[in-house]
Ligand binder design. Structure first.
Ligand code: MGD
Ligand code: MGD
Ligand code: SF4
Ligand code: MO
Length: 688
């Protein structure tokens, strides 16, 4: 190693299971290399291709360098302005709206997961709370339905330690694709397989994870609940369940057995509905009986359907029946809520303010429904809603209603293109942060390794400046503590409890390397956080919330349009973030993947253009024929010039509101028809 480099610790802040720790090699204020941090016990010195490409991200010619103003909005006529001018325009607008309406309710923001470091995720919440009552988005795109399902069953979402998956003898992946979305987990899966474990992948798509499986089950989207209930019935009938666990730790076993007995969960019905063979069903039930411990993992993609909460409860019931909870190598994996142990000072700044709440999953429509006062100002950061939201038609209307749109990003996204002001965001190498994974149990510090790129600033820094500007124009308008630096905020997160849990004395200790939470195996005490203290197959809380008390199978949505479109994640990029990547990756979102038989039926060839359409509109894609996609299903990746989201109905999951205010987003309940031909002009998207 060349010792003239200064080495810093950073953390990849993308919305990704792994939250990889990295080392950045800097000389004369320039980044020369990034590498994985070998001291991180989960990511162990490795990054994914996106991580290794960070030099290209930081120094991309497409990166925004200065504040920009566009007039008129959407014209593409941009002028470079100073930070002072930008902040003044924003502050004056905020003050004018406050005067006009007598409150700040006409102000809102939309903050996403572009950067999930603590100081990024919650900076907007803190700033807007500092203004008092405003219009506040709540909800969660990724995982709301599943979080509720876990809460009904266990009383709380508590992830087993993913490093323990290496000790499983059976791994069931339900709509999770770690070879793409959680690549660091693959080494634990591979280790388990090396030690004799079986890997089962249940997914409508033959994914890169499925390619590694011992048993791949190609299931029809939205029908997993039926499969899980059928398996549960079979295990109970054959007395292949864990009697001790059921008697001592499950609430509602009898009611569940009665329900299973009184409905048709026969292998033949199962096969007709789910599309899987009876043989595969029997093989899976045999594996569940014979191979223990079993780890089950439900991916977030799994729950983007209208019936997904119920399906997740059915899968969890299967884990409980087989006693696969609270033991090394066993467990129901979903989500680690590690942040909840922290004070989250930014998120909780002035959090008692009674805001006007809107649903982030239905953002534009929710905002449009508000009057008295209507929303006129939006601050968008770490988000690209004009690519990633459903309900894009409502967005078009909303843009017309808004008087000032400010977007903070590193790149000129689709959303930025439709903003009045675009402010350049710093990359994570240019500022401090603290990163807590939603998957593993490691805590890592992100150091400031580089000077600001041109005039880019961190989200926190921008709010500090805006607060000063506002208060200068109107004393005491915001009580955001502008005097606190990023380091001050970090210090306030390290409570006595956190010091003990992670074995540190201060945040600065993390400069020596990431630390793991000291923990027991989740649920090893079998003291569940439900009302009964047991794992609740029968949930009175669910019934109180107008849901079935038992996990029930509800058929998935159907449509007059013959194809269901899945828009899953892609290994090479995160959501719409491709502006810094080579063209070949960028172009992935222009494809539609179609099964060979369907392509023949429609007389389609590779690379040919087709139009996908439904009642929400139409768009053009290029055909790619592949048998990794089953008949009746299409795959279109997210982002790109013509985002698939413009065809998505406002469609929601059955759960989510218990823990995240609103039900989750059923992005994969999208149905379309297809016809040959079409060019971009005919299928022009949105605001051309
Ligand atoms: N490379 C990369 N990694 C990412 C992201 C990214 O954009 N790129 N995004 C991150 C974010 S924000 C999230 S939320 C996660 C998502 O992480 P994952 O849940 O792993 O990803 P998805 O691709 O959404 O869905 C996983 C699989 O679910 C399958 N699936 C869909 N419907 C069903 C169904 O009804 N039943 C079953 N059994 N399977 C189904 C899909 O075919 C897909 O293969 O990934 C994170 N990691
Ligand atoms: N069709 C379809 N739509 C989906 C999904 C799907 O599976 N299918 N998945 C949904 C899910 S799970 C998610 S999480 C959402 C993601 O939705 P978004 O969060 O809107 O998606 P991204 O494209 O990742 O946009 C994040 C933006 O943040 C910017 N950014 C990165 N770092 C920073 C920073 O430090 N500061 C600021 N200000 N900006 C930064 C990036 O450049 C990028 O433009 O998409 C949802 N939409
Ligand atoms: S995108 Fe995910 S896997 Fe890749 S470096 Fe970042 S955290 Fe790690
Ligand atoms: Mo997500």
């Amino acid at each position: 190693m060349n010792t003239t480099y200064e080495v810093f610790r950073n953390v990849c802040p993308r919305n990704c299971y792994n939250s990889c720790a990295m080392l950045s090699y800097v000389r004369d204020g320039k980044l020369y290399k990034v590498a994985g941090d070998p001291q991180h016990g989960f990511t162990r010195g490795k990054l994914c291709s996106k991580g290794y490409a960070y030099l290209k991200y930081v120094y991309s010619p497409n990166r925004l360098r200065f504040p920009l103003r566009q007039y008129p909005r959407g014209s593409g006529k941009w002028e470079k302005i100073s930070w002072n001018e930008a902040l003044e325009q924003i502050a004056e607008k905020i003050l004018e709206l406050n005067k006009r309406y007598g409150s700040n309710l006409s102000l809102t923001y939309n903050n996403g997961s572009g950067n999930i470091g603590l100081l990024h995720q919650y900076a907007s919440a803190a700033f807007f709370n500092s203004l008092g009552q405003h219009t506040k988005p709540v909800g969660n795109f990724c995982l709301a339905a599943g979080q509720d399902a876990f809460t009904y069953d266990f009383g709380q979402t508590l992830n087993p330690d993913p490093e323990q998956m290496g000790y499983a003898k059976l791994i069931l992946l339900w709509g999770a694709n770690p070879a793409c979305t959680a690549i660091q987990q693959m080494k634990y899966i591979n280790a388990a397989r090396k030690a004799g474990a079986k890997l089962v992948v249940i997914d409508p798509l033959f994914t890169s994870t499925a390619a590694k499986a011992d048993l791949y089950i190609q299931i029809r989207p939205g029908t997993d609940g039926l499969l899980a209930l059928g398996l549960a019935k079979k295990l109970i009938e054959n007395e292949d369940y864990d009697r001790e666990f059921v008697e001592n730790h499950i609430y509602g076993f009898e009611a569940f057995s009665r329900y299973l007995n009184n409905s048709d969960f026969s292998p033949s019905r199962l096969s007709t509905v789910t599309g899987i063979t009876e043989e595969a069903f029997y093989e899976l039930s045999q594996l569940l009986k014979e191979y223990k411990p079993c780890s089950s993992w439900i991916g977030y993609g799994f729950q983007r359907h209208s019936n997904s909460g119920q399906s997740i409860r059915a899968i969890n019931a299967l884990m409980a029946l087989t006693g696969n909870i609270g033991k090394s190598g066993a467990g129901a994996y979903y989500l680690h809520l590690g942040q909840e142990a922290f004070p989250l000072k930014l998120a909780n700044h002035n959090s008692s303010v009674q805001n006007r709440l809107v649903n982030i999953n239905d953002f534009a429509s929710s905002i449009l429904s508000l009057q008295d006062p209507p929303v006129k100002f939006i601050w968008i950061s770490g988000r690209n809603p004009l690519s990633q939201d459903q309900g894009l038609t409502a967005w078009r209307e909303l843009l017309n209603q808004l008087e000032l749109i400010v977007t903070v990003d590193l790149f000129m996204t689709k959303t930025a293109e439709h903003s009045d002001l675009v402010l350049p965001a710093a990359s994570h190498f240019e500022e401090y942060d603290l990163n807590i994974s939603y998957w593993h149990y490691w805590l890592a510090l992100n150091e400031k390794a580089l000077p600001a790129y041109y005039e880019a600033k961190s989200d926190l820094e921008i709010f500090r400046l805006l607060t000063r500007k506002l208060n200068k124009l109107s004393a005491g308008f915001s009580d955001f503590p502008a005097e606190l630096s990023a380091e001050d905020w970090l210090a306030s997160e390290i409570t006595t409890q956190i010091k003990v849990s992670y074995g540190i004395n201060s945040w600065q200790d993390l400069k020596n390397g990431p630390k793991k939470l000291q923990m027991e195996i989740p649920w090893s005490s079998c003291k569940f956080r439900t009302a009964s203290g047991k794992f609740e197959i029968y949930s009175k809380l669910a019934r109180k919330n107008n849901l079935p008390a038992l996990p029930k199978y509800h058929p998935p949505q159907s449509s007059k349009h013959p194809f269901q479109v899945l828009s899953p994640q892609k290994n090479e990029f995160i959501h719409s973030q491709t502006k810094w990547l080579p063209r070949i990756i960028h172009d992935q979102a222009s494809l539609v993947l179609i099964n060979t038989n369907d392509a023949q039926t429609h007389n389609l060839r590779d690379d040919e253009s087709v139009i996908l359409y439904n009642d929400n509109g139409s768009l053009s894609k290029k055909v790619q024929i592949t048998d990794s996609v089953p008949p009746g299903v299409l795959v279109v990746f997210q982002g790109g010039q013509e985002p698939i989201n413009s065809l998505i109905n406002e469609s929601f999951c059955d759960m989510g509101k218990l823990k995240n205010h609103y039900n989750g987003n059923a992005f994969y309940d999208l149905f379309v028809s297809l016809k040959k031909g079409g060019d971009s002009a005919e299928a022009a998207w949105f605001f051309v």
